[in-house]
Design a protein around this ligand. Structure first.
Ligand SMILES: [Zn+2]
Length: 154
């Protein structure tokens, strides 16, 4: 599949697989077919509704990570980024807390994490959101460095 092909109307495959770290290390982060299908699900049910609601571009920081890339950045060994079920993103100028809050009350998700957000600094941190095909846990977490708490905390 062409990396510039659209997975859904507003998101290209490239946006979901690109990684400066992978490029630096010469890691091929091309996803297998089942991952591609998971990425399309995340785009369809998370990213597109977010874009439609806020009417603003969504900046994707990290989508799919192959095992080598995930290991290189010390990602969790069970990271849903490795199956294309999780994505890290933000909207420039919108507080990530507000972004996470809207998702938490409007979308179906497996895990929603407000990461490294600092109250009063809208651009700080990012939102991690994952989606499975079934048995989604609707788990809400706020993580700052090593400090992990339940719920979305400003
Ligand atoms: Zn993430």
């Amino acid at each position: 599949m062409d990396i510039h092909a659209k997975l859904t109307p507003h998101f290209t495959l490239n946006e979901l697989i690109r990684s400066a770290r992978a490029s630096e290390l010469g890691i091929d982060n091309t996803p297998p077919k089942y991952v591609l299908n998971n990425l399309i699900q995340v785009c369809t049910h998370i990213l597109e509704p977010v874009r439609a609601h806020f009417e603003r571009p969504v900046r994707i920081n990290s989508g799919y990570r192959c095992l080598a890339l995930n290991s290189a950045i010390n990602g969790s060994q069970t990271s849903q980024h490795m199956t294309g079920q999780a994505v890290d993103f933000e909207i420039d100028g919108l507080a990530n807390y507000d972004l996470a809050l809207w998702i938490s009350t409007n979308l179906t998700f497996d895990q929603l994490i407000l990461e490294n957000y600092v109250s009063g600094k809208p651009n700080s941190g990012w939102v991690h959101c994952s989606l499975k095909t079934d048995q989604n846990r609707t788990q809400l977490l706020t993580i700052n460095g090593r400090n992990k708490r339940s719920g979305l905390i400003k």
